[in-house]
Design a protein around this ligand. Structure first.
Ligand code: ADP
Ligand code: TYD
Length: 208
């Protein structure tokens, strides 16, 4: 079983993925909790190029290809071996992040970005994707809460980017309703965890 956790920055994916991992382990399941680039050296090296602030001239297509390249390495080294051992893989971000951020947010086109990702993943998609949906402004506030600062003009400018990313995620959920389940991520952590576990447990029973 391959489960991905998707959503805009600050929507609570990592928090919930960790809690889901703990719950499933307590229930006796064998799980692997991972996130791209997942501590896989080659994938980390590729990600460092994408995140390097000095690479101001990084082309959007190059960025999409690098995310896909890092994804492939993480898939080969971590995800596929775990699936082969019948583990439940919980992955913080996968293909849908590229479709929403590069395809939607950066306007490269969802189909175009999907095509390069088919090559990268041999068209392996998660069995289940939880989409943590909420207003980007509120999600950003969550991130900033820790830093104790007001939301500034630049943050607000980024809002239209995040709005597009959010809407692209929601379009994907409409397109793949049996794979992608939308969760209201604005609720409390306990409620979001409960909603997530309900969907996961349903899927686990289905596959038995
Ligand atoms: P993501 O992985 O989606 O970027 P995180 O899980 O890192 O998001 O959460 C971002 C911040 O919001 C963290 O400080 C986290 O503790 C907090 N947070 C996560 N879920 C909730 C929630 N449902 N309600 C309020 N705060 C939350
Ligand atoms: P990540 O480290 O997962 O950040 P977060 O903790 O906020 O979820 O991802 C870093 C940034 O990279 C984040 O803004 C999302 C973006 N990203 C893409 O644009 N495309 C992708 O394919 C992936 C995996 C991430």
């Amino acid at each position: 079983m391959f489960i991905s956790f998707e959503g805009i920055d600050g929507s609570g994916k990592s928090t919930i993925a960790k809690m889901v991992d703990e719950k499933l382990r307590n229930e006796g399941y064998d799980t692997v909790l991972t996130r791209e680039p997942g501590g896989v050296k080659i994938a980390e090296d590729i990600r460092a190029i994408i995140l390097d602030r000095n690479n101001t001239n990084l082309d959007d297509h190059t960025e999409a290809l690098l995310f896909a390249a890092a994804r492939r390495q993480h898939l080969k080294e971590r995800i596929l071996p775990a699936l082969k051992e019948n583990k439940i893989v919980l992955c913080d971000r996968f293909v849908d992040s590229s479709l929403a951020y590069q395809g939607g947010g950066k306007h490269l086109g969802v189909d175009e970005v999907y095509n390069i990702n088919i090559f990268a993943t041999d068209n392996l998609l998660p069995d289940l994707t939880l989409l943590f949906d909420m207003d980007p402004k509120e999600a950003l506030k969550r991130i900033d809460k820790n830093k104790n600062r007001e939301v500034n003009r630049l943050d607000l400018e980024k809002m239209s980017f995040y709005d597009t990313v959010r809407n692209t995620f929601l379009d994907l959920a409409k397109k793949y309703p049996s794979r992608i389940k939308v969760i209201d991520a604005s609720k409390s952590i306990d409620e979001v965890l409960n909603d997530s576990m309900k969907i996961i447990e349903e899927k686990l029973h289905e596959s038995k």
